[in-house]
Design a binder for this molecule. Sequence first.
Ligand code: UDP
Length: 489
Amino acid sequence: MMEAAIMEQASSIPHVLIFPLPVQGHVTSMLKLAELLSLAGDGGGIRVTFLNSDYNHKRLIQFSDVESRFRKYPGFQFKTIDDGLPMDQLTKGEKVLDLMGEMGLKTRPIFKDLLAQMDPPVTCVIGDGVLGFIRDVSVEVGIPIIRFRTIGASCFWINFWLPEIIQAGELPIQGEEDMDRMITKVPGMESFLRCRDLPGYCRLSADDPVLARIVRTTRESSSSPPSPLILNTFDDFDGPIQAQVRHLFPKTYAIGPLHEHLKSRLQATATTSSSSNSLWKEEAGCLTWLDTQPPGSVLYVNFGSITVMRREQVVEFWEGLTSSKNRFLWVIRPGLVSHEEELDGGDEIPEELVEGVEKENLKVLVGWAPQEAVLSHGAVGGFLTHSGWNSTLESIVAGVPMICWPFFADQQVNSRIVSEVLKLGLDMKDVCDRRVVERMVNELMVEKKEEFGRKAVEMARMAKESVKEGGSSYENLELLIEDIKLMSS
Ligand code: UDP
């Protein structure tokens, strides 16, 4: 009798399977969510399975502390799956599109089998919104699906309106001279959205298959009833756009910034935890160098995990940074400089950027940095960033103003919101010129330091408030947890 009751109770415990696109920014934010749900499940509330690609899982185990960190959650497990690409795949950024395509073909059937065989059965899938097959397979096997988008509300909203933008003839963009034309078809963004600020893939031709796939995956989620949607953002950042999104997606849970949310909930349980989710080896030595620098004096330069730069662009940044006479820490990820370009000849890359260098006023780290720790170091006063969504949120939480140099996808939108809407920094998109670099670095770090600093501190305060008890993201996470339990009962 007793045994039957225990069995019944066990079978009613929600079992959530979380499945990210296997690239750094997606894995990071979805792991934070996995840990938040595992925390909420303490005492038997929620089981979590995190499904990672074989390739990335190897790297994650090797370079981060996830194994020991998650060991304390009895209901948590990692599972791995083939992503269909050869093992040297992600050394070049352009492979992300290949990865999405291959996964749709090769990973899809494996995922379907895995889902059918999971024991205890999965009661809810939280799938990366860019991988449409996760939703399709979950619907096929009858498991509720929640879509997680690793982008802000604004880019999600633009994606949704792309068919109308195309239909109205606002796309394609007619060359460079057309770039500053205003886009009128995205409700709530009419006053600031130019062609230039549309997501990077809008520069493709209107019938490009990549664009078509993005339109499809965004529109599919509005099928009736629309799939619930998780966004890693918070009300004070893009609340008005979230309100627009909620008209069409009533079940939208804005629960970010996830890294701060997790930190805050761990503190509330008096748990200290390092939060590295890195797929590269973190070089903590740069923190020691930062210890020697005056407060707020260092510009941190990092273009994330996917950006690939041409060698002449790297040289322009180097020249602009050094002639600005500001202190800087530049992190050069292996693969940041395009391999093809290296073979072509052209500008020589300064030795400091190939070998690394450490001086009194500058450091070049060839490798990977513990970025959250770097941004929250008191010596850092500015961030020259590619405007990846995680980097943007990390900078906001740390109260660090930005110079944005977007590379692709949502980054073109993020940089516009950061600069034009929220005045948290400067937008250098589509320009790579040493004189502009020098001028903007001086504007951010010297001339308008106080003005940007004040705004950034205020936004950081709001971000932190949002994840505290009573804050919007805190309450949205509570709702999400309740809904996951309801879906599973
Ligand atoms: N990151 C890091 N060290 C680095 C570069 C990046 O830890 O040297 C982390 C960064 O903190 C962020 C993620 O990698 O969490 C990058 O994600 P983002 O969305 O900013 O950009 P992406 O890499 O996807 O373009």
